[in-house]
Write a protein of this length. Structure first.
Lengths: 294, 323
């Protein structure tokens, strides 16, 4: 008995490795993406210690300087240190990216579950709302919400989250429709499992992996949209250190001081590429629809 | 005599088929079950035998309350299945277990075997939280599987193993009735024997009432004391296993027996043709079209299930005489 338990515990750990770690380790490009993202996350988390200046401190005497010992990546037109702003900008970008996707995911999955499980009129109403959300491109939708909600970091998160509800809801509903007719759902009901437990234990785990993969890919879209909104002046309010804002500020000086837009632009591009690499890798590793080796 | 544990009173189940196109909207009716009367005493082991499409699975689904009866009543104990309140429904869920034909499909692929077996125990609070692990180990050993399988996922088990896990899960809730749908079909012979022996032991030891769907008369005779033969949604013959196998009274039962391959006899196709569509049932006996000894009266009168000798009922105007 003791032995048996020991064996099961050991094999439990190796099972976990085999199911979750190994498929990912096989995706080399995903690992590259992961490494780059790790650098960004470290930069964001330790920004207060890594930064050399206050990101919002203006020093007009030192404006429009190129990279130097005092300002490693130069300064912008207000004399703000670009290196410090870049670090804090990473913080903001990652927080907004993940928070908005998480929020959109929770709402979208809830709507998708409700529509898929209840069916009938509820499903019809919910899915028509989702269709409405999906009719607009994300950027347009987010802009519209920003116009309603007003400027500010929090509102950017809400606007982006709202624009992600549609895709998550539709995807969840599709998978739920497939799963709810599986015999194990009926078996659980027959055993007398309460509805909430059926959803939590039997439906959700079987629809969650493609949704999480999708979420991973959406983070990069969220960061891009957030920068876009800020660039257009309907996102984060200055002097918050934000990449989109920084690019917009540097636009006027692009010939004299290309580093002002260039530094955040390159940082953004690299992060997006890394996120996409990771997202593709996650999809190849876990999404049953595209799994090749299963 | 004690009250029956399950009684089916003239149960019917019809499905409406909508006509194709919107000019032809007259709904047609498909009769999957047509006046089934059945009683199960505690400790009974009953085999439901019949060809594909004879209504075996529909009958089971009605007994589980998964589908409502269109007419007639399904009683569990004294209560109508359609009128159970929440409390009774919970009790029914615990006392009646179902083993799916598709054992693998009836288990959540994302749950470990240990959790699958623990679920009904936890659900019905059959023992202390701390004792659940021991109970699960006992269950898996009861069906002759090593405890090492507990940490696996259903997709990693073989066909024979997964069926035994399905039996273990059915036992987990300590049921009084087990309904099993083709639980050994498609297994190779040695594994089939193991599963059958396991089921037989369980019934003998714990007095579980068993209803077993099969189209294999050999399996039916090994496992069950009683056999009910279904044809096109109606029981055409039922009675003690031995009597039915030795002296089939209904021509359909006899044909089924002759279709059973034997070592020492050449096999002749005893039943020609397909089971007719249950949409437009012919007038008269529903087996008349395929019956080797059909007479003109058979095409006019629909025979009812009538009692013959000891515990036997046959629905035939001209039952085969005992040899």
């Amino acid at each position: 008995m003791q032995d048996a338990l020991k064996i099961t515990l050991l094999s439990g750990a190796s099972q976990w490795k085999r199911r979750f770690l190994q498929p990912l380790l096989r995706q080399h490009s995903a690992l590259v993406g992961l490494a780059i993202i790790a650098v960004y996350v470290i930069a964001a988390v330790f920004a207060p210690w890594l930064a050399t200046h206050d990101p919002a401190a203006q020093d007009l005497m030192a404006s429009l300087q190129g990279p130097s010992a005092a300002h490693w990546l130069g300064t912008d037109s207000y004399g703000q240190d670009l290196y410090s702003r870049l670090l804090y900008g990473a913080q903001l970008a990652l927080i907004i990216g993940f928070a908005s996707v998480a929020l959109g995911l929770v709402a979208g999955v809830a709507i998708g579950l409700a529509a898929g499980l209840m069916g009938g009129r509820t499903e019809w109403v919910l899915m028509r709302i989702v269709d409405g959300l999906l009719a607009f491109p994300e950027l347009i939708l987010a802009m519209a919400f920003m116009a309603v909600l007003g400027l500010g970091t929090e509102n950017v998160v809400y606007a982006l989250a709202l624009s992600f509800v549609g895709p998550f809801a539709r995807m969840t509903r599709g998978d739920v429709l497939q799963v709810k007719n599986q015999p194990y759902i009926e078996a659980a009901r027959l055993m007398g499992v309460p509805t909430a437990a059926v959803i939590w234990r039997h439906v959700l785990p079987n629809v969650v992996s493609p949704i999480l993969v999708q979420a991973g890919m959406r983070v990069s879209i969220a960061i891009l949209l957030e920068s876009g909104l800020s660039f257009l002046g309907i996102g984060v309010v200055p002097p918050t250190p934000d990449w989109g804002l920084m690019i917009a500020e540097g636009r006027a000086f692009i010939t004299m001081a290309p580093w002002i837009s260039g530094v955040p632009g390159v940082a953004l591009a690299i992060l997006l590429v890394a996120l996409n690499l990771l997202g593709d890798g996650l999809r190849d590793a876990y999404d049953p629809n595209t799994r090749k080796d299963a | 005599m004690q009250a029956p544990i399950f009684s089916l009173l003239d149960v019917e189940r019809t499905y409406e088929l909508r006509g194709r196109g919107w000019l032809n909207r007259t709904p047609r009716k498909l009769k999957a079950l047509d006046g089934v009367r059945l009683e199960l005493q505690r400790g009974d082991t009953l085999a439901l035998v019949g060809e594909s499409g004879s209504g075996k699975s529909t009958l089971i689904r009605l007994m589980l309350g998964l589908e409502p009866a269109s007419d007639g009543r399904v009683l569990y104990g004294q209560r109508d299945l359609a009128q159970l309140d929440a409390e009774e429904r919970k009790r029914f869920a615990r006392e009646v277990a179902f083993i799916y034909q598709n054992a693998r499909g009836s288990m959540n692929p994302r749950m470990r075997i240990a959790d699958i077996l623990a679920e009904p125990i936890r659900l019905h609070r059959l023992c202390e939280e701390s004792a659940i692990a021991d109970r699960v180990v006992a269950l898996i050993e009861r069906v002759g599987l090593p405890a090492g399988l507990l940490q696996r996922f259903p997709g990693e088990l073989s066909g024979g193993q997964i069926r035994r896990v399905a039996i273990a899960r059915a036992l987990a809730a300590e049921p009084r009735v087990i309904l099993a749908d083709e639980s050994v079909a498609g297994l190779d012979v040695s594994v089939q024997a193991q599963v059958l022996n396991l089921l037989r032991e369980l019934c003998r030891e714990s007095g579980i009432t068993l209803v077993f769907i099969t189209h294999d008369l050999g399996v039916a005779s090994y496992l069950c004391d009683r056999i009910a033969v279904l044809y096109l949604g109606r029981i055409v013959e039922q009675g003690p296993t031995e009597a039915i196998l030795n002296t089939p009274r209904h021509p359909y039962t006899r044909a089924l027996l002759q279709a059973f391959p034997r070592f020492d006899m050449p096999l002749k196709a005893s039943l020609s043709g397909e089971i007719p569509s249950p949409v437009d049932l012919p007038k008269g006996c529903r087996f008349a079209g395929r019956c080797p000894q059909a007479q003109s009266a058979c095409r006019e009168t629909d025979p009812v299930l009538t009692a013959h000798d000891a515990g036997r009922q046959v629905a035939c105007l001209f039952p085969v005489a005992s040899v």
